[in-house]
Design a protein around this ligand. Structure first.
Ligand SMILES: [Fe+2]
Ligand SMILES: [Fe+2]
Length: 234
């Protein structure tokens, strides 16, 4: 199997997680969440964009001395995009609450643990682990692209819907950065074995985040159990 074929197979393996996440976000918005529930939901997302910005900026600093000019440009673009997303989600929150977004309060909340978020997975990875970085981009950014797109279709607020349609497009671009990185960093069978194991872990972590940030959907859980195995029962 060529590297490209292997990466396509990894991508096909993400599909159940992506579908489950779409079902969960749709169920959350269909449940007609209260203002408080919306504030909590978007506060978590806002902190997640902020953390993605910081974590990718750190990877950029790690990678700059390697002189990998292509990846340097891609990560710099991602940092700018995540900064823009952070700003956009803060504006969504300001629209819901009618108050100025309080970044200090967000950071304080994060220091005390904060809510479940995908970027925590990236934060916990070894900063020099390129395979892990690009796999995270490939799976988490790919999931974000699908979830935000679905959300923009089911959310009744037009400003939020159009904001998230834009964010979803960027996340799809970041997923492709992950693909480019994986093509570089999956070189042999050992890399492939590790990529499959790590992909399973990342998918499981992201599924748990989705359950906490959205709502539980039995059919979504069943899809993941059938596809990935019984660890998704818990
Ligand atoms: Fe983002
Ligand atoms: Fe992103």
């Amino acid at each position: 199997m060529t590297n490209k074929e292997f990466i396509n197979q990894l991508e096909a393996g993400n599909e159940a997680l992506f579908q489950a996440s779409e079902m969960q976000v749709e169920a959350f918005f269909n449940s007609k969440p209260t203002k408080e529930a919306l504030v909590e939901h978007f506060s978590g997302r806002c902190a997640n964009e902020y953390m993605n910005m910081v974590e990718v900026a750190q990877r950029l600093l790690e990678i700059a001395p390697t002189g990998d000019r292509k990846m340097i440009k891609l990560l710099a673009r991602q940092v700018l995009d995540e900064a823009a997303h952070f700003d956009l989600v803060a504006k969504v929150l300001e629209r819901i609450t009618g108050k100025v977004f309080d970044v200090e309060a967000m950071l304080k909340n994060e220091q005390q643990g904060g809510g479940a978020k995908g970027a925590r997975i990236l934060e916990e990875m070894d900063k020099e682990d390129r395979l892990a970085l690009h796999l995270y981009q490939f799976i988490a950014e790919g999931r974000a692209a699908r979830v935000w797109q679905r959300m923009s279709e089911v959310c009744e607020d037009e400003v939020i819907a159009s904001t998230y349609a834009k964010i979803a497009q960027d996340e799809g671009v970041h997923r492709e950065f992950g693909r480019i990185g994986l093509e570089q960093f999956i070189a042999n069978e050992a890399d492939k074995t590790r990529a499959l194991e790590l992909a399973d872990q990342i998918r499981y972590e992201l599924y748990k985040v989705s359950c906490m940030n959205c709502v539980e959907v039995p059919a979504a859980r069943q899809l993941c159990v059938d596809t990935y195995g019984p660890q998704f029962l818990n």
